[in-house]
Design a binder for this molecule. Sequence first.
Ligand SMILES: Nc1ncnc2c1ncn2[C@@H]1O[C@H](COP(=O)(O)OS(=O)(=O)O)[C@@H](OP(=O)(O)O)[C@H]1O
Length: 430
Amino acid sequence: MSPPAQPGVPGGRGSKVPPARKLLCMCSLSLCLTYLCYSLMGGGAGPGALRSPAALPGTAAPGAPRSPAALPGTAAPAAPRSPASPPGSGSGAPAPSAAPTRASNGSREGAAGAWPRTPLAPGEVITAQSGAFERDPQESSTTDDELSRAGSPGSRGGGGSTTPDYGEKRLPQALIIGVKKGGTRALLEAIRAHPDVRAVGTEPHFFDRNYEKGLEWYRNVMPKTLDGQITMEKTPSYFVTNEAPRRIHSMAKDTKLIVVVRNPVTRAISDYTQTLSKKPEIPTFEVLAFKNRTLGLIDASWSAIRIGIYALHLENWLQYFPLSQILFVSGERLITDPAGEMAKVQDFLGLKRIVTEKHFYFNKTKGFPCLKKPEDSSAPRCLGKSKGRTHPKIDPDVIHRLRKFYKPFNVMFYQMTGQDFQWEQEESDK
Ligand SMILES: Nc1ncnc2c1ncn2[C@@H]1O[C@H](COP(=O)(O)OS(=O)(=O)O)[C@@H](OP(=O)(O)O)[C@H]1O
């Protein structure tokens, strides 16, 4: 089901997508304008507030496309480089983590200490073109046993499967790189139902947290495959990890990348809901979402907000991978039309369309589609309790402000991907 073309959105249905490079220039220009607006709105704001890159000493004039390498504190090159040093050899290893997490303001200092935030030093800013947001070291998606068999809890180990262990362990040819809370688990479990796909059940976090362990460690994590089978894994935090594109490119430049994207406002609430379930003492979403609520200044240093600025993260990936090597799956359609989204995924992976509507049924109790025949079982299976949580009710005014905040970034993302996800047209969040 293709979305209708949106007026003023090049790349909507029917329009040709210009080359990625040209798009990046357009996007950079748009970003500068957007940031200029935010700068005017909150120029005196504290660290973590969005400011125009033009305000930064030594930065280029607005509109001048820049590689992340040109920005202070970043190292990514503007174009794919020759393979990086092997993991564990020194230069390819993860950089030491940045400054310790800082409380964002006095009013919520106590609780904010326990809450993941971007560690920015005083005076540091997030720039539009860097694609180089610092990340919370603890940012993670669920790694628990996320599947539940109808009637009995399921469990899957690192190998992720109870199917016979034939073949050999190989590095993955395709990765689900994000986004956190986008629907990545649902996608992985659905694609695992394909006989030509084998995947790790847990998240290896190789390209963010475990890179120093080396490629042999990574290979060992993988299930065995036969010739012609595709090895996959999913780690949603890759999408927002600066080093991930370079590292994945240096492993294999033809790696296929899949990103499940979801309305960033709903995604942020889902992210918050997950943390709330583990730390009930955290401040409300409304409190965490703002640097200054009176001024309407959104706190983009909060990971729940930052992850949803998809255009900025994508820019980082486009330095290394052509758009044709990245598939964007709609998290919304993965729920309303799982078979339709799976058809696109199978086409993208060069697989026969075997996972079809026959594989899914809608489970009324769960409120989501579930798999009739998962990879390792003949019993129907829904995802576990950590998927499809009830979200807390969020102040509609905050939702409205967040929608306004994300809109220019969403439009830019539609332009970059050539796909209109229609998040602006959604009437209400879950
Ligand atoms: N079939 C099915 N069953 C259950 N849940 C589904 C399904 N398809 C998509 N989703 C949505 O997936 C959201 C969780 O996303 P992720 O799996 O990417 O989360 S995580 O990053 O791995 O923690 C989860 O978010 P929440 O609803 O906020 O819990 C779901 O909305």
